[in-house]
Design a protein around this ligand. Structure first.
Ligand SMILES: Nc1ncnc2c1ncn2[C@@H]1O[C@H](COP(=O)(O)OP(=O)(O)OP(=O)(O)O)[C@@H](O)[C@H]1O
Length: 567
């Protein structure tokens, strides 16, 4: 894991060495003060030479000025290194999310995913910066101070070093527990985000059912769980910080008493004694940081693990190694013995067989949950069939690149998703480089013209999150306009089941009819008008095509379709 982590430093080695170099020099300069004090007390003070004393002060001041500059560099450029790595990781995570399949998203909670790309990576960025830098400064000052203490008095230096195993033991005992605790905190925070995200997203339902109290109870439970997990962490921190503090101060007292005893016996100069005390302070400072390390590192590690897990998740549906871009399709679609189940042990589709000619409209009807939506989700390869194959223009869809296949299929689904921008942006989503005239034309074809003209800002009207400021019928028409712009040879339409008034229904029907002209259209039909317009009708039942034919043929047959039509 550490190797994977350090791989992210590779593009920023210049910055890394700058940060590293400045941190090391800064650490070493910290040792200048105790040495200067020793020289001052033992040599300059007895000579009574004021000029030399002033010179020493000037030199010391110069050293601190340099150190101030170094610290500024370390703070800014070090953080820059951290944020560069964080940005790169975030870009990779986002890129990966774009490629992951529907099957994976079916099992995810948005709140958790958002937390992974935001907070988790922020924690990693902190460690990316502070990790190595703190470590270098710590090691340099620690070793430097120890070497100087040995030079002053080896015995006393060894006594001071007794603190090291105590600190190491603390890291071993509490570090692991802290990692677990942080993982638990992140998980609680994830629950929390999910709850909040769903509550805010579903607030209209909450209020419609007057379930605010119920929601508050659920939220309180998550809130309390989070609090408990945090308290666990603080308990560990309290224990480690206080034990560490006691050990540090204990060792200082021992050094002071022993040092004083050595001075009294004439084995150490006063300057040496004071310098030793100051060096002992520098020596234990990195160890004092241990509490901060115990808090910061496990957070970063927990976040980095989750980041690696995300990147390690492979999309279920990918381009085959020999996949080629699809030529412009005429739109012949064929399902041959297609089987599929979200859960392999519970098949939704078994042996689905049908063929649609270019330009033909095939309507799918059948009981709710029969698998109509599922069957059509296999054509753009949102899911992969478990049996059989699907071809377009005689080419298996798996032989084509996903991108080129999906660019030739237009989809208008039941619940239209609009982005929170303007009407223009939402329509242009069908073709990002569309001109103003093309957008306008698509809007007119989708019968959005009069609505846009009536809006105060026309195409620049902001539609609110998910298009909340538009009516259901308006959203549908925006979705249709998008597909007009995309201009694909194949269409998948999932008709809205929600009741629209007859006028709107007629408008949408007219827009859809227009859209379907000259395109192969697979439509999940709920309205009799749509069904009558279709060239042929496929009745889906029990994961198969139970009946297939024109309205007249099927009605005359007196089977399932005749019963559905009568109902
Ligand atoms: N993402 C999913 N994960 C697991 N099961 C699913 C998923 N989507 C649908 N199902 C199940 O697959 C079956 C077929 O659903 P599908 O949506 O294809 O039916 P449908 O014929 O389109 O129904 P309707 O007419 O009500 O829209 C149902 O039993 C449903 O519960």
């Amino acid at each position: 894991m550490l190797r994977q982590f350090f791989a992210y430093y590779r593009p920023w080695m210049g910055l890394f060495w700058l940060d590293f170099g400045c941190a090391v020099v800064s650490g070493l300069l910290e040792l200048a003060f105790p040495l200067a004090v020793r020289v001052f007390i033992d040599r300059l003070l007895p000579q009574g030479d004021l000029a030399l004393t002033v010179l020493a002060a000037v030199v010391l001041l110069a050293i601190y000025l340099v150190n101030t500059g170094l610290m500024a560099i370390v703070t800014y450029w070090g953080h820059k290194l951290g944020i560069n790595i964080e940005t790169e990781m975030r870009a990779r995570a986002f890129d990966h999310l774009q490629r992951l399949s529907w099957r994976w998203y079916d099992t995810q909670r948005t709140g958790r995913l958002v937390a992974r790309v935001t907070r988790d990576l922020e924690e990693i960025g902190e460690v990316a910066h502070h990790g190595p830098e703190d470590l270098f400064i710590a090691i340099m000052t620690f070793l430097g101070a120890f070497a100087l203490m040995v030079a002053i008095h080896p015995g006393l230096a060894t006594l001071t070093a007794v603190i090291v195993p105590v600190t190491v033991a603390l890291v071993i005992v509490y570090g692991g527990r802290m990692t677990d605790t942080w993982r638990s905190i992140f998980s609680r925070l994830g629950d929390f985000n999910v709850r909040l995200e769903e509550n805010v997203g579903g607030i209209r339902v909450v209020q419609a059912f007057a379930n605010e109290d119920h929601e508050r109870d659920l939220f309180s439970r998550d809130n309390a769980n989070y609090r408990r997990a945090k308290l666990d962490a603080y308990r560990i921190m309290a224990a480690s910080i206080s034990i560490n503090y006691m050990a540090m101060r204990g060792i200082q007292v021992i050094v002071m008493v022993s040092g004083a005893w050595l001075v009294l016996r004439g084995e150490m100069t006063t300057g040496g004694f004071v310098a030793f005390l100051l060096l002992a302070g520098v020596f234990v400072r990195p160890l004092e940081k241990i509490a901060a390390v115990i808090e910061t590192y496990p957070k970063g590690i927990a976040g980095f693990r989750r980041y690696l897990d995300l990147l390690a998740t492979e999309p279920d549906v990918t381009d085959a190694p020999a996949a080629r871009p699809a030529p412009r399709l005429t739109g012949a679609v064929r399902y041959e013995g297609v089987g599929f189940g979200y859960d392999p042990s519970r098949p939704v589709l078994r042996d689905l067989d049908f063929e649609v000619r270019p330009g033909e409209t095939l309507a799918f009807v059948g009981p709710s949950g029969a698998g109509k939506t599922t069957a059509l989700a296999l054509l753009p390869r949102f899911y992969e069939p478990t049996a059989g194959r699907i071809t377009v223009d005689g080419i298996p869809v798996t032989d084509l690149t996903l991108d080129s296949l999906r660019r030739q299929i237009g989809i208008v689904s039941q619940d239209v998703f609009l982005f929170g921008g303007t009407l223009r942006d939402n329509i242009a989503y069908g073709r990002l480089d569309a001109s103003e005239d093309q957008i306008r034309e698509a809007a007119d074809l989708a019968r959005l013209g009069p609505m846009i003209d009536a809006m105060p800002h026309g195409l620049d009207t902001v539609v609110g999150e998910r298009g909340v400021t538009l009516s259901g019928g308006q959203k549908q028409r925006v979705a249709i306009a998008r597909v007009f712009l995309k201009n694909p040879p194949i269409l998948i339409l999932d008709e809205a089941t929600s009741a629209l008034d007859t006028e709107t229904e007629r408008e949408i029907q007219a827009a859809l009819d227009r859209l379907a002209q000259g395109r192969t259209t697979l439509i999940i039909a709920h309205r009799l008008a749509t069904i009558r317009h279709a060239d042929r009708i496929a009745v889906v039942a029990d994961g198969r095509i139970a009946e297939l034919g024109s309205h007249a043929e099927l009605a005359a047959k007196g089977g399932l379709y005749a019963r559905l039509a009568a109902a």
